[in-house]
Write a protein that binds this ligand. Structure first.
Ligand SMILES: NC(=O)c1ccc[n+]([C@@H]2O[C@H](COP(=O)([O-])OP(=O)(O)OC[C@H]3O[C@@H](n4cnc5c(N)ncnc54)[C@H](O)[C@@H]3O)[C@@H](O)[C@H]2O)c1
Length: 350
């Protein structure tokens, strides 16, 4: 199966390309980047494919079955929509788009064309997350009535003044960049409930004074541009009512607290689970009149590997994966609700 990579930056090189190369059923035919050197570098480094700068060259090739969209968020909808209309199946990096309206347009074109549109919510392929979903589906937690989400880091804004901190490109900051993964885990594990109301507030505080921002981490330093723009949220807080549990989130790329707190607490009537993001989870319950605490043992898998493999397989089989746009749209709706609630200074009722 011939694949096109569109956008040859960090996520393409760290996750998509190596996992296609490892898959005997996939062959990368194109590396596309608007910066020609980046596409050419991939051809040289991986010893395969053709370097191009215009994604239309990729999607107009009848031999290409599927594409990975690994560009900044701004271009996700246009490229995914054009690719589906050209008859290609698509794995588009998260978030699907900058706004709910754009994501809905992507969903509409998926429905019109029947093409696959998976979003890169990779945690749905994490074995620990899948195990938590199974615990909940099997009733081990009883009724899950609330989920508490924390993704708070100590001064860790990506690429100040670059694509991630420019609203016109990214659509938002820590909520749309990190929150999308955390909310997606909650949605997946609790059966993709529908949002009923959202009340939230987003703050653009610590990164605003870019020259004086002192930081601990900046994983996207390569895009740093102190003459660029910083107009996105670096802290978000929200309360969400859904057809399932209520959800509270507190998330920040940067806060003046020197401890990173990245976890999701599932509160159930029979048991509760704390998942450390990217790590293990603990289950607290009661057995034979005694309190229990258990850390289930499981083999950690490589979620990106599983995600990319599942994508190639579903292009062949037509099977819909749990990361498909028609599920992911529910998370987009919540994120849009939080931004809208913050702007309007009131609760949003769906
Ligand atoms: N799943 C995850 O955990 C995860 C992790 C990191 C990034 N991401 C997502 O991946 C996307 C890319 O992030 P990144 O960190 O790799 O960014 P990056 O800046 O490193 O790479 C993006 C690349 O896209 C290229 N590009 C821009 N417009 C293009 C166009 N029209 N056609 C072709 N190429 C184009 C840029 O030149 C750049 O090389 C973002 O949406 C981000 O949210 C997901």
């Amino acid at each position: 199966m011939k694949i096109g990579i569109i956008g040859c930056g960090t996520i393409a090189n760290s996750a998509h390309i190596p996992n296609y190369l490892n898959n005997p059923d996939a062959e990368i035919k194109y590396f596309c980047d608007i910066i020609p050197e980046k596409a050419e570098e991939c051809v040289k480094k991986y010893g395969c494919g053709i370097a191009v700068t215009d994604y239309h060259d990729v999607i107009n090739d009848p031999e290409v079955a599927a594409v990975s969209v690994c560009t900044p968020n701004l271009m996700h909808p246009q490229i995914a929509i054009d690719a589906m209309r050209a008859g290609k199946d698509v794995l588009c990096e998260k978030p699907s788009a900058r706004t709910l309206k754009e994501a809905e347009e992507m969903l509409k074109v998926h429905r019109e064309t029947g093409r696959i549109l998976n979003i890169g919510v990779v945690n749905r392929f994490n074995d620990n997350v899948r195990l938590i979903k199974k615990y909940i589906d099997d009733g081990k937690l009883g009724e899950v009535y609330h989920v508490y989400v924390s993704f708070r880091a100590h001064r860790s804004i990506p690429g100040l003044g670059g694509a991630f901190t420019t609203k016109a490109i990214a659509g938002g900051g820590t909520l749309i960049d990190w929150g999308v993964h955390y909310l997606d885990i909650v949605m997946y594990c609790t059966g993709d409930p529908k949002a009923k109301t959202v009340s939230g507030e987003t703050f653009c505080k610590l990164g605003k004074d870019m020259p004086n921002y002192v930081y601990k981490d900046m994983w996207s330093e390569v895009t740093k541009d102190l003459n660029g723009t910083y107009d996105v949220d670096d802290f978000v807080t929200a309360f969400i009512r859904t057809s399932g549990p209520t959800i509270t989130i507190n998330g920040s790329w940067a806060q003046n607290i020197g401890i990173a707190d990245s976890y999701i607490d599932f509160l159930g009537t029979k048991a509760g689970i704390r998942l450390i993001y990217g790590g293990d989870f603990t289950v607290w319950g009661v057995k034979d009149g005694k309190l229990t605490e258990e850390k289930p043992a499981f083999e950690k898998n490589n979620a990106f590997n599983a995600e990319l493999r599942a994508f190639v397989d579903c292009v062949r089989s037509g099977e819909k994966l749990p990361s498909h746009i028609d599920r992911n749209i529910l998370t987009s709706k919540i994120m849009q609700g939080i931004y809208d609630s913050s702007m309007a200074d009131r609760e949003i009722v769906f």
